[in-house]
Ligand binder design. Structure first.
Ligand code: G6P
Length: 607
């Protein structure tokens, strides 16, 4: 989940690496560093904390060179100090690494005994010390790198440069993504294509277990036996300039405001609004014979999957099992025959989700993945990719990618429901019309900012907040609680409203705000009763509901926010928007770092 970049260029690469690191900072921001080769000598600058600290350091104490590597770190082994920041280097070699070297303790011991002097607490430094040792033994650069790579266990994406060699950069990939970019007599390496998107449109997504020797003339790819392999070059869109906030205070605010457009774009991809035809790519199983599905994902994507479960069960009558990917990867469920393995991920690189996908594949499941990054590892390992058109999401807390995932899940549900004859044409039509109308309704919700700000001011003082939902609104409550805790650092938990009486109700007193997502319709009365039980115990009740719901809720709720009335099929998408907005406004009130909350990273490529 660190970000790495390497450039073998024709001019000073320092500022270009810094720009690339800005695009990678979502992957980690505990520290940053850069190393360049100048007149055959490696020089390096590193700084703890955000990239801005490194930028300041470089301003005071610049380094320049035509070959360089850079890193943004999300700390795993070793505190987020300057000393543990990458690049790690010796007099001979400099390395940046994303991943975890699992045999680092044994390697450190062995290398220390051989006289190598470690300077950091990181697992990553074993790579540089290994290469350095082999170089001292007289091996050539490429050979020493290959020998070192063969000793590594765990996950890695690596970029490596050497003293006295201004036309060589080594890259390697094993369980963490790495992309090679081809320029005009210059070459690039990056953790993702976004990092190098403004520099070239020609990229090669390296397969797992491949390493590469990069020279200005091009890149050569090898497997771990040293056999040359091919790695196809693909065209990507050229992104110019930096991805800006368009006048918003934070990326998260900008991305929240992109909900309507993202839902609209994703719908446009799959739905013909004139004919109401949903056109998904060819699914890798016979829908009529499909007996069950298993959904897996992490974080917000898991909650999207949870909503998908309710939809697929209710509308398509398809039994669904769901689990978080860090559990699913180690589960050994008895699964009969070929079923649908549904994997959801914004980045397509989340390590647990990828491992869960592999587990499902091993169990003969056909994999459909819902992804925002269609060039990702999960994309490559899936049978079919259903893309979300959310665009680049920079804020660590996912917002627009979540509603885009739900939009795709809604289309998938209606497709399976239709083919299996589980929905009438009329009912399907109503659902689809509600979906197509959703961008406008969501735009109306965005207008509720001031009302949501008032509530945010209230909950910003709370020690703990409870979110309640029932049925398909339960995962919406979970998404609300996750957003609040991750960006405002207020403890929050979500409960299925009916479960309150079995324990969580003991938490309630006048200091604990209770936030409920409760549209009128099915389960409204049930949730209302649960809220009354909470009110009776002194709870401060805040509800998101519609006009009809507000009539019954007003007498008991301390705050009522009225959302547009929509078809129940799309309620979970609509009700997600205000709970995400509330988390954002609470974080603003508390003055936390909204886009880069402490301890988190956007793309979690370690276990
Ligand atoms: C991290 C992010 C979350 C995200 C989760 C899954 O924890 O902070 O916002 O939901 O990873 O990421 P993915 O890229 O697989 O959707």
């Amino acid at each position: 989940m660190c970000g790495i970049v390497g450039i073998l260029g024709n001019q000073s690469v320092t500022s270009i690496i810094m720009e690339a690191l800005r695009r990678l900072e979502y992957r980690g921001y505990d520290s940053a560093g850069i190393a360049v080769l100048n007149n055959g000598v490696l020089s390096r600058r590193r700084a703890a904390g955000k990239l801005d600290n490194l930028a300041k350091l470089l301003k005071m104490d610049p380094i320049n060179g035509n070959l360089g590597i850079g890193h943004t770190r999300w700390a795993t082994h070793g505190a987020p100090t300057e000393n543990n920041a990458h690049p790690h280097m010796t007099d001979r070699v400099a390395v940046v690494h994303n991943g975890i070297i699992e045999n680092h303790i044994a390697l450190r011991k062995e290398l220390t005994e051989l006289g190598q002097e470690f300077k950091s607490e990181t697992d990553s430094e074993t790579i540089v010390q290994l290469v350095d040792y082999y170089l001292k033994q007289g091996h050539k650069h490429q050979e020493a790198a290959f020998m070192a790579l063969k000793r590594l266990e765990g996950a890695y994406a690596i970029a490596m440069i050497f003293t006295s060699n201004d036309n060589l950069m080594i890259g390697a990939r094993h369980g963490a993504p790495l992309v090679v970019g081809f320029g005009d007599n210059e070459m690039f390496l990056g953790s993702d294509s976004l990092a190098i998107a403004p520099l070239t449109t020609k990229v090669a997504y390296m397969a797992d277990g491949i390493w590469t020797v990069i020279k200005r003339e091009g890149a050569f790819f090898y497997d771990m036996e040293g056999k040359e392999v091919s790695c196809p070059i693909q065209k990507t869109a050229l992104i110019t300039g930096t991805i800006g906030k368009n006048g918003y205070r934070h990326y998260m605010e900008k991305e929240l405001h992109e909900h309507p457009i993202v839902i609209g774009q994703t719908l446009r991809r799959f739905v013909n609004p004139a004919t109401h035809q949903i056109n998904l790519p060819y699914l890798p199983f016979k829908i009529t014979a499909l007996k069950r599905g298993i959904i897996t994902a992490c974080g917000s994507a898991y909650y999207a999957g949870y909503i998908g479960r309710y939809w697929l069960e209710e509308y398509a009558r398809l039994p669904i099992d769901i689990d978080i990917a860090s559990e699913m990867r180690y589960r050994d469920p008895p699964i009969e025959g070929e079923g649908m393995g549904l994997v959801i991920s914004q980045s397509g690189e989340t390590a647990d989700t990828l491992a869960a996908l592999r587990n499902l594949k091993k169990n003969n499941q056909k994999i459909i993945s819902i992804l925002n990054n269609e060039h990702s590892t999960i994309a490559r390992e899936s049978d079919v990719v259903l893309g979300t058109d959310a665009g680049v999401e920079i804020a660590v807390a996912s917002t627009k990618a979540f509603t885009a995932q739900l939009t795709v899940l809604a289309c998938l549900t209606l497709t399976i429901a239709k083919v299996k004859h589980k929905i009438t044409a009329e009912h399907r039509d109503q659902c689809l019309s509600a979906l197509l109308d959703l961008p406008s309704r969501v735009a109306e919700v965005l207008q509720l900012k001031e009302k949501i700000q008032e509530i945010a001011k209230f909950i910003a003082n709370a020690q703990s907040v409870i979110y309640l939902g029932r049925g398909i609104m339960y995962p919406v409550a979970m998404e609300g609680a996750l957003k609040l805790k991750e960006i405002s650092y207020i403890h929050a938990d979500a409960y299925a409203a009916g479960e309150m009486k079995h324990g969580p109700i003991a938490l309630i007193d006048h200091t604990v705000p209770i936030i409920s997502v409760i549209p009128s319709g099915f389960l409204f009365e049930k949730t209302l009763s649960n809220l009354q039980e909470a009110k009776a115990r002194g709870g401060h009740i805040i509800v998101f509901t519609d006009q009809r719901g507000a009539e019954s809720l007003s007498p008991i709720a301390d705050k009522v926010i009225i959302l547009p009335t929509v078809h129940s099929f799309v309620s979970p998408i609509l009700y997600t928007v205000p709970v995400q907005m509330l988390a954002y406004e609470a974080a603003i009130t508390k003055g936390t770092d909204v886009d880069q909350p402490r301890n988190l990273a956007k793309s979690v490529t370690v276990e």
